[in-house]
Design a protein around this ligand. Structure first.
Ligand code: NAD
Ligand code: WQD
Length: 344
């Protein structure tokens, strides 16, 4: 029987899709989430897809004693996938301490308690934000980590260093750090997806809300960048593809497929897509128009970044499979489902 995987932030956007994939791969899961950026109905969506309701513990991971109690009361936890974090880049600039506490103290608590709980594998959600604007593209994992542009980005850099130092010190676990590019889309069933809080800061939820008429128009932040059409370029990765990479990472550590105690992988498609290309792909794939206007650049935006995902392809045996069009169609299907449910 497969071991149990503890998923922090498991009712969140990427966490919920990962719980689905873990269950479908035969893992039992326990979610810990404080519901600060998600809601409990997410469990219904997961259950609709897989037929299994994941065990759920409502807990703030800053509560170390509470966390210790959860870990003590469970046996057979083989690994942790740590998604729980605050992730709004703009907010982090105004509330740095909230971000350092929620993204760093939670990590410290987990790493501290893993040895006494006998948990041997740790997957960490990092971000392509650690690369800043890379000198050469596509960016590999060996590219330098550049000074962070926000406290949020800094928490990812610091977290990576903390994990590296723990492994270097010989703490008794392995870790895989996954650097996500831009996760988008929803489960093809539209039972799970992204639920942005308030006005979306990320492109795709803004696109789908505009297509739905919730927002009058999308602002495209700049068309004077040095790119094909002047708009910024990103590597948009399907969230279900991304979720599957976590299962592969957990398998790799639990099945001792690597001699390395710490590995880092880029999770992207390897394809750079501009903002205007994405809008066009959405309109072509769904037949729905997205009214937009060009506005000035957004402060702190990187001009262009996309992944070299070869290490994940070769070493993890994971490749992003979904097309941009299908992924955008899944985001649209999810937006329509939210409307049916009277949510947005
Ligand atoms: P999300 O906000 O949807 O999910 C995070 C979950 O963690 C939420 O359900 C929230 O309630 C929970 N949480 C936050 N703080 C907690 C705490 N102290 N205790 C318990 N639960 C807590 O975010 P997401 O998009 O699913 O991102 C997951 C992870 O991936 C984060 O670490 C994020 O920084 C990272 N990441 C996300 C993106 C992206 O674009 N979505 C890109 C790169 C990296
Ligand atoms: C994508 C592109 C915008 C909204 C952020 C974080 C990063 C990572 C992923 C966690 C950019 C443009 C956007 C809009 C637009 N998160 N855009 N109009 O900025 O690449 O990355 O999320 O780790 O750390 O910074 O993603 O979706 O905000 O923007 O034109 O209304 O869309 O300028 O070029 P970004 P995004």
């Amino acid at each position: 029987m497969k071991k149990t995987i503890l998923v922090t932030g498991g009712t969140g956007y990427i966490g919920s899709h990962t719980v689905v994939e873990l269950q479908q791969a035969g893992y039992e899961t326990i979610i810990i989430d404080n519901l600060s950026n998600s809601n409990i109905e997410v469990l219904d969506g997961i259950e609709k897809i897989t037929g299994i309701r994941p065990e759920f513990v409502r807990l703030d991971i800053n509560d170390k004693e509470g966390l210790r109690d959860v870990l003590k009361s469970r046996t057979g936890i083989g690994g942790i996938i740590h998604f729980a974090a605050s992730k709004a880049v703009g907010e982090s600039v105004h509330k740095p301490l909230l971000y350092y506490r929620n993204n760093i103290v939670t990590l410290l608590n987990l790493l501290d308690l893993m040895p006494e709980a006998g948990i041997e594998a740790f997957v960490f959600s990092s971000s392509c934000t650690v690369y800043g604007q890379p000198d050469s593209l596509p960016v590999t994992e060996d590219a330098p980590v550049l000074p962070a542009l926000s406290p949020y980005g800094n928490t990812k850099q610091i977290a990576e260093e903390i994990i590296r130092d723990c492994i270097h010190a010989g703490l008794p676990f392995k870790s895989i750090i996954l650097r996500y590019f831009n996760p988008i889309g929803a489960h093809p069933s539209a039972e799970t997806g992204e639920l942005p809080n308030g006005i979306p800061q990320n492109l795709v939820p803004f696109v789908t809300q505009t297509a739905m008429g919730i927002r009058p128009e999308l602002s495209v932040f700049g068309n004077d960048y040095n790119t094909v059409d002047g708009s910024c370029i990103r590597d948009y990765i399907n969230v279900t593809d991304l979720a599957k990479a976590h299962v592969t990472a957990v398998n790799r550590m639990l099945e001792n497929k690597s001699r390395e105690k710490l590995e880092i992988f880029n999770l992207g498609t390897g394809r750079g897509v501009s903002v205007l290309e994405l809008i066009n792909a959405f309109e072509t794939g769904t037949g729905v128009k997205v009214p937009y206007k060009i506005v000035s650049r957004r402060e702190g935006d990187i001009e262009k970044v996309w992944a070299n995902p070869e290490r994940a392809n070769k070493v993890l045996g994971w490749t992003a499979k979904e097309t941009l069009e299908d992924t955008l169609a899944s985001a649209w299907k999810w937006q329509k489902r939210l409307r049916e449910r009277g949510i947005q």
